[in-house]
Design a protein around this ligand. Structure first.
Ligand code: IMP
Length: 199
C-alpha cells in the first residue's frame, strides 16, 4: 500500500465533520489538524480556489510529513458575476461571521427576481503526495433564496435552495447534503483518485 494515513488540511470544524463522513468507508486513517500541535495557520491569500487549496495541502503535507488533502469552496452567484467566489468566507469583511456574509449576500440581491438568483457552489480539492499536487473538483447548482431557511449545515446553507429537493441545504440532513453537494461530489472524485493510487 502506498500510504495508510492522510491528513485533512482544514481548521474548519464544520468541514471536518462533513469530510470525515465522506471518507468514512476508505481503508485509510484520516488524521485531523488538532492531532498536530504547533501546526501553522495557513493564510488563504491566493486569488483562486485552486491556489488556496494547493497552498493548504502543500504547507500541511510539509509540516506533517503525511499526504495532505485540502478543499477550498466558493459560492459563485451569476447575478454578481461569480462573487463572492474565492472570497466567500470574508465577503462582508475579515472577521465576518456566517450570518454577516448571508446578510450581505441577501442585500446585494435585494429585489433581484427568482430566475436571476442562480448560483453554484464549487469545491476544489488539492491532494499533495510526496511533493506533487493534483486537483479535482465538484459543484452543485442552486438558487439564492430570499430569506434564510433551515437550522442545519453552516455558511450559506440557509439561503442555498436546491430546486430538485424543494429545500435549502440547511433543511437537509447531512446524508442528503453530502450526496448532492459540491463537496460530496468533489470527494467522490477524490476517492476514485485514491483508489487508483492504492492499486
Ligand atoms: P472555505 O474557504 O472552503 O473554508 O469556504 C469559504 C466559505 O464558503 C466558508 O466560510 C463558508 O461561508 C462557505 N462555504 C463553504 N462550504 C460551504 C457549504 O457547504 N455550505 C455553505 N457554505 C459553505
Amino acid at each position: 500500500m502506498l500510504f495508510d494515513k492522510i491528513v485533512l488540511a482544514t481548521q474548519n470544524y464544520d468541514k471536518v465533520l462533513e469530510i470525515q463522513k465522506l471518507l468514512a468507508n476508505l481503508d485509510i486513517e484520516i488524521a485531523t489538524l488538532d492531532q498536530f500541535p504547533g501546526v501553522p495557520e495557513v493564510v488563504e491569500d491566493r486569488d483562486t480556489l485552486e491556489g488556496n487549496a494547493q497552498k493548504k495541502a502543500e504547507v500541511i503535507a510539509e509540516f506533517t510529513g503525511l499526504p495532505a488533502v485540502a478543499d477550498d469552496t466558493g459560492l459563485e452567484v451569476d447575478f454578481l458575476n461569480g462573487a463572492p467566489g474565492v472570497y466567500s468566507s470574508r465577503y462582508s469583511g475579515d472577521q465576518a461571521t456566517y450570518s454577516d456574509n448571508v446578510k450581505k449576500l441577501l442585500s446585494e440581491l435585494e429585489g433581484v427576481p427568482w430566475e436571476k438568483r442562480t448560483a453554484k457552489f464549487r469545491t476544489v480539492i488539492a491532494f499533495c503526495l510526496k511533493g506533487h499536487t493534483e486537483f479535482t473538483e465538484g459543484f452543485c447548482a442552486g438558487i439564492i433564496a430570499e430569506t434564510p431557511k433551515g437550522e442545519r449545515g453552516f455558511g450559506y446553507d440557509p439561503v442555498f435552495y436546491v430546486p430538485e429537493f424543494s429545500s435549502t441545504f440547511a433543511e437537509m440532513d447531512l446524508e442528503l447534503k453530502n450526496k448532492i453537494s459540491h463537496r460530496g461530489k468533489a470527494f467522490l472524485n477524490f476517492k476514485r483518485i485514491l483508489e487508483q493510487k492504492q492499486k
